[in-house]
Each structure stands twice: as C-alpha cells, then as structure tokens.
Design a protein around this ligand. Structure first.
Ligand SMILES: Cc1cc2nc3c(=O)[nH]c(=O)nc-3n(C[C@H](O)[C@H](O)[C@H](O)COP(=O)(O)O)c2cc1C
Ligand code: SF4
Ligand code: SF4
Length: 431
C-alpha cells in the first residue's frame, strides 16, 4: 500500500483528504466524527466576530437527474461564540494529535484585529491557520471576505499582519471572483504566506422559481447573490490551481478546493499542482463516509501505477498546461467511427452537420449496409462527435500526420514579423 501522508507547508496529515471550512467543520462533534471516519484534516468553519446567518441559506442546481451538480449558499462565517469554538478546537486537537487541524479566520482588514485573533486561536493548539479572503456574500459587504480578497494590496497586507504574530503555518484562501487569480496568489506570497488554498465559492444566483418568481433561495421574498461550489465548479478551480502552480512567482504549496467528490478529482488536482485537497459539497451531499472510497481508490491507483507515495503526484501535469500561444497549430487529429460498436443512433452526424464541419456522411458498405463515415480531409478534430456519442469507444480521435512542420502561434507571429522586416522578438532580443 502506498504512503498517503502529506505535508503542506509543515502541516502533516495522514492523507490528502481534508474537509474545507464550511458546515461540515462547524463543531468539535462534527470534526471529531470526520476524523474517526478517515478524513486526514479539517479546516474549521471560519471564526470571526459572531454573525447572524439567514434562513434559508442553501440551494442546489440539479441537472438532468443528477442531484447537486452545483451548490449555492448565502451562509456567512461561524454563528457560534469564539470561546465555544476555541474550547472545542482544543478538545479536538487533544483527541486527534496526528490529524491536521487548521482554523479558518476572517476579521476586518485591521492589523490589531489580525494580531488578536491569531494569538487567541494559536493559544489553544492548532496546526495552522487559513485566512479566508473568499466569501463573496455578506462578509464582502462589510469589507471582508472576497471584498478584501479581490485587492492584491489588502491580501498582502493582511497576510503580513497575520504572519507578524503567527507561530504556525499560514494558508491564504483565495477568491475565484477575480480576473487573474495569480495576482492575489502572488500578493499572498509577498505577504509571507506559507501556502495558498483555492478556490472559495463563485458569485452566483442558483435560480428563479418560475411559479412564485422568487429567487432560489429567498429570505422572506428577497434573494441575494451567493457562493457557488460543488461538481460544477471543478473545471474552474482546476484551472486556477494550475495557473498558480505554473507561475514561477507562486512559490508556495497549494491546497486544491472546488468540486472534489472522488479520489479521481483529487488526483487531477494533485497532478495540477496541489499537495492535498479540501472537500465541502460532496461531504454535505453524501456524508463523511465518502472518504473511505476516496482513500481506497487513491491507494489502488497509486499501487497500480507503482507509486510509493501520494506526494509523487503533485505537479506532474503542470508542465503540460501552457498558454494557448505555445500550442502546435499543425498538430492534427481526426474522428474515426468503429462501425462494429456503433449503434447507428445518428447523434454524431447531427452534431457535426448542425454545429461543426459537416463531415460525417452516411454511406453504404460492401454488404449494402448504411454506415457512418468521417470524411477525414474535412474533419477539424473538434471532438464534438466523440463527446455526444453514447457508446464508449465507438468514436476514437486519431492523430494524423500533419502536412506542415510543428509551429505555435507565438512562433508564427515571430516568423511573420521577421518576414515583414518588422521589429520581431528576435530583433528586439538582439538589440
Ligand atoms: C454552506 C457553505 C458554507 C461555507 N462557509 C465557508 C466558510 O465559512 N469559510 C470558508 O473559507 N469557506 C466556506 N465555504 C466554501 C468552502 O470551504 C469551499 O471553498 C467551497 O465550497 C468549494 O468546495 P466544494 O466544491 O467542495 O464545496 C462554504 C461553502 C458552503 C457550501
Ligand atoms: S471531430 Fe468535429 S469535425 Fe470531425 S467529424 Fe467529429 S464533429 Fe465533425
Ligand atoms: S453517435 Fe456513436 S453510436 Fe451514434 S451513430 Fe455516431 S458513432 Fe454511432
């Protein structure tokens, strides 16, 4: 069995699966039950000045029979007094000394506020702190959460204030409600962060009830923007994690968050640069015991690939994630249909005919049967037919020899500039 232990910026954990700061980590009772179930770590529900939450506060997007494809909330930080949380954090750490217990914090962007909360929380014995610069609703209106997390200067300053007194590692949790995630990731690094975690929730409105015309959810007939998470946000989170991981100025480890529901999701986040992952929606949907499948699945995967430690996954795919301008424009694939497994449903033909390049034809084979065939010279290799095909393996995308030598957009621009005698990048470099 592979070694599942991780160490995120000095925070040791028996496995890479942590619960994210959210309802599953609201109390000592819950976090202790989660550790018993197998979770390697937990980030305690964000502490700060006591908050009154709204009722109701959750909503979900169900898509085509899939329940909770996305999850939306207008909940804020903890609604329990600081002293009670601190007492339970102390008891939990004492009972589970080898699990990772990180506490999430959010206070006003004032130096003395950060000093005060950091000292109070560290006094009860925690493994690390996570600064929540992410909540897109409620706290943002008070200048906290994503309101400060969208401003690199404030991220840097607040991280620095926390670091001035912190004895344990400081993780900065980033908001995805920003154009360039690396701007705040770099600010966190400049402020002295030991690690970053991402993503927090995405600004959203879950829906509108077409019978009552109320927003979903609504509070006495009024709604407000909330935070979106769950499986639907995974691609966004994965991109942001990868974007940070490949940026040379983001020099700290990453805790990946956003739509992680299975061990496979966790592997993808780790390949794209995360040291470990955090989970919220999947635990809320299915309960703490999903971690058993996550641990088993990850163990089997690592064993099958002959990997001794989960840490060997971290960052292995980052170098494959490039700017568009560095992709080979002359690389080519085409679709091939396996007529033995094809059930002749015609979905690929419709997709290509209506919305791609009109190159799947109905022809008659030697036995006089009608079959579908790709006119390869016109196929642009868009993948659409393979995506809509309901039969696994009936359409394969096959690499074909291009007629031109490999050339990226950036190389092409450079060559064009040189041909035109303009100030191409080469010339600039030479100067
Ligand atoms: C109901 C709810 C409450 C949350 N509260 C917090 C919070 O207090 N602090 C925080 O940093 N993130 C909070 N989050 C965000 C999660 O920690 C996590 O970043 C986000 O849900 C993405 O992960 P997921 O797709 O696994 O749910 C909350 C999420 C939900 C759904
Ligand atoms: S890959 Fe795209 S262009 Fe080629 S056959 Fe399929 S749908 Fe048509
Ligand atoms: S979508 Fe798949 S199964 Fe349907 S006709 Fe095309 S190749 Fe055959």
């Amino acid at each position: 069995m592979a070694d599942l232990r991780i160490n995120l910026a000095g925070i040791a954990s028996p496995n890479p699966f942590w619960l994210a700061s959210a309802p599953p980590t609201n109390t000592g009772y819950q976090v202790q039950r989660a550790f018993e179930a197998g979770w390697g770590g937990a980030v305690w529900k964000t502490l700060g000045d006591p908050i009154i939450n709204t009722s109701s506060r959750f909503a979900a997007v169900h898509f085509n029979g899939q329940r909770v494809a996305g999850f939306n909330n207008i909940e804020l930080i903890t609604d329990r007094p600081l002293e009670i949380n601190l007492k339970e954090i102390y008891e939990t750490k004492k009972r589970f000394p080898n699990h990772a217990l990180v506490v999430s914090l959010m206070v006003e962007p004032k130096r003395e506020k950060w000093h005060e909360i950091v000292k109070k929380v560290e006094a009860v014995g925690v493994d690390g702190l996570e600064l929540n610069f992410g909540c897109p609703h409620g706290m943002a209106e008070r200048g906290m959460g994503s309101a400060s997390g969208q401003q690199p200067d404030l991220v840097e300053a607040q991280t620095m204030w926390a670091k001035e007194v912190a004895q344990t590692p400081v993780i900065v949790k980033l908001t995805p409600n920003i154009t360039d995630i690396t701007s705040t990731a770099k600010a966190a690094v400049r402020g002295g962060a030991d690690a970053i975690s991402l993503i927090n929730t995405i600004n959203s409105l879950a829906g509108v009830d077409i019978d009552t015309w109320h927003t979903i959810p609504h509070v006495g007939g009024k709604g407000s923007h909330g935070g979106y998470c769950g499986p639907a946000v995974k691609p966004i989170a994965l991109h942001m994690v990868a974007d940070c991981a490949r940026n040379p100025a983001v020099t700290v480890p990453i805790s990946g968050i956003g739509g992680v529901s299975t061990w496979r999701d966790a592997v993808e986040f780790m390949l794209m640069g995360a040291t470990g992952v955090q989970v919220c929606t999947a635990a809320m949907h299915h309960g703490f015991r999903i971690v058993e499948d996550m641990i088993d699945g990850l163990n089997n995967y690592l064993d099958e690939r002959g990997l001794a430690s989960v840490t060997e996954l971290t960052g292995k795919s980052v170098h494959r994630y490039e700017d568009w301008g560095n992709l080979d424009l002359n690389y080519a694939v085409v679709a091939r249909i396996d007529t033995d497994t094809c059930i002749n449903c015609n979905k690929c033909h419709i997709a290509c005919e209506d919305t791609s390049h009109q190159c799947i034809e109905r022809v008659t084979n030697a036995q006089g049967e009608a079959i579908l065939q790709v006119r390869e010279e016109d196929c642009v290799g868009c993948n659409l037919c393979a995506i809509v095909c309901p039969v696994e393996g009936a359409i394969t995308m096959v690499e074909v020899q291009g007629t031109e030598a490999p050339m990226t957009w950036n190389e092409r621009q450079k060559a064009v500039a040189e041909l035109e005698g303009g100030p191409g990048p080469n010339k600039k470099e030479a100067v």
